[in-house]
Design a protein around this ligand. Structure first.
Ligand SMILES: Cc1ncc(COP(=O)(O)O)c(C=O)c1O
Length: 451
């Protein structure tokens, strides 16, 4: 065991040290070699050391270098060294964070992290919380609490009686709501086709005045951070109005709500603390390893009612049982990396992490604009969208930068046009990486446009 774990640690260190010098995407040859890991299920197993060596030899080169400094796809955070190290230790602990009995440490870490996270996002001290896999499940968990609460208000017990014959729920979502939020709506039986979409402005934020009159069970879903533009719905206007009319307001803040942690960006996220529930990712901007998401719910009773498997009906704050707040029963101890990341960053370090990513986005956007390319969004957070000409040219530049290997940027569509999307969410990215990335994008763009 000792030798094997030391070998794993050495291999991991070698891998991380090599990220700077390798192409961000795996080569075709490295991907072809993955077939070595396929084949029939062996009758006899092999030695652990040989298995690990093979996994490293074949697997490591086939990875996307998303832990490195120049991966800008899909709003992907890296892993802070302390969060990765905590993850290794927790792997050895192999705790089942199901309950206080199965892991007293897991339950205690969740309590501490919940306290810190409520404070960061401005939620009340007694708000309920759940540690889940990511923002999709965080949205699901929060919307299950919302579904409970808005139906309970009209005397319907959805946990007992289901949705058959239930009073209809109006779900309001901005036209630019994330597909993962709509997936959660579908999974909860609320029907994506029944969702009422709200008009948005040029940045994808819900327009002031787009809120229809609210009557009956209603859930309003806002977004803190559009995945393309980084835009925020106008929470300070919409939340009080909707809540006064009896609606439940949920916020999908997968990455953008972390703006609250950086004083210079916090105004963007003002007012979201008034929401009933919030979904946020740890594995994006907090830079903890996959997978890690969090749900916060102002009224812990609604979350408990939606998720509880215990006989006790009312939550007992003194003995919070994790299984009463999450969709899963057995699960890994996700709070451990969140605890390590927040403890090592502190308020100042967290603000710096968020601010640095935003500053890098501005640096890149300014460089692209100065070179004459069209930046499509107001770069106020960490997301940059750029066009290089018509769709076919933009798509060639995206494919070109991915093949070039200096950096990895993905594609998206914005207002009917193809765009390159560059997301700054990793602690590993330094100023020099932004310069290198800009140089590479400009080189690829010019070579594709014959410039
Ligand atoms: C606004 C928003 N919501 C939800 C998600 C889905 O998050 P996850 O992949 O962690 O489930 C994302 C992912 O980028 C997002 O940007």
């Amino acid at each position: 065991m000792d030798k094997l774990l030391r070998d794993a640690a050495t291999r991991a260190q070698t891998y991380l040290a090599g990220l700077e010098g390798r192409a961000v995407a795996p080569s075709a040859a490295a991907l072809a070699a993955v077939s070595e890991l396929a084949g029939p299920f062996p009758d006899q197993g092999d030695e652990a050391a040989k298995i690990l060596a093979k996994l490293d030899r074949v697997g490591s080169p086939a990875t996307m270098a998303s832990a490195g400094p120049r991966y800008f796809g899909f709003v992907t955070g890296g892993s802070l060294p302390v969060a990765l190290a905590a993850n290794w230790l927790a792997g050895a602990w192999d705790q089942n964070a199901f309950s206080t009995a199965s892991s007293p440490l897991g339950a205690a870490l969740e309590m501490t992290c919940l306290g810190w996270l409520r404070e960061i996002f401005g939620f009340p001290d007694d708000a309920g919380g759940a540690f889940v896999t990511g923002a999709t499940m965080a949205n699901f968990t929060a919307l299950a609490a919302a579904r409970h609460a808005v139906l309970a208000q009209v005397g319907w017990d959805v946990e007992q009686d289901g949705l058959f014959g239930a009073p209809p729920i109006t779900v309001l979502v901005g036209d630019e709501g994330h597909a993962a939020l709509l997936k959660a709506v579908r999974m909860l039986g609320l029907g994506e086709g029944r969702v009422h979409r709200l008009a948005v402005d040029g940045q994808g934020a819900i327009r002031a005045g787009a809120l229809p009159p609210i009557a009956g069970p209603t859930i309003l879903c806002l977004q803190a951070g559009n995945v393309n533009s980084g835009a925020f719905d106008p929470a300070a206007d919409l939340i009080p109005t909707a809540r006064e009319a009896g609606a439940w307001v949920h916020v999908d803040g997968a990455f953008g709500i972390w703006a609250k942690a950086a004083p210079a960006r916090a105004a963007l996220a003002a007012g979201y603390e008034l929401a009933d529930s919030l979904a946020v990712d740890g594995h994006k901007w907090l830079n903890v390893p996959y997978d890690s998401g969090l749900t916060l719910v102002r009224d812990p009773g609604s979350l408990h009612a939606a998720m509880s498997i215990s006989a006790a009906y009312l939550p007992d704050a003194a003995t919070r049982e994790p299984y009463d707040y999450t969709p899963e029963c057995s699960r890994r101890m996700r709070a451990v990396e969140i605890w390590a990341a927040l403890a090592s960053l502190g308020r100042v370090g967290l603000a710096d992490l968020v601010e640095t990513c935003c500053r890098h986005a501005t640096m890149l956007a300014e460089g692209l604009s100065a070179a004459g390319y069209e930046v499509l969004n107001d770069v106020r957070l960490n997301q940059v969208m750029v066009c290089f000409g018509d769709d076919s040219l933009t798509e060639r530049v995206i494919a070109g930068i991915q093949a070039d290997g200096t950096a990895w940027c993905g594609g998206t569509r914005w207002h009917g046009r193809a765009a390159m999307r560059i997301s700054f969410s990793s602690h590993a990215t330094k100023d020099a990486d932004v310069v290198k990335t800009l140089d590479a994008i400009l080189r690829v763009a010019r070579s594709n446009s014959g410039g």
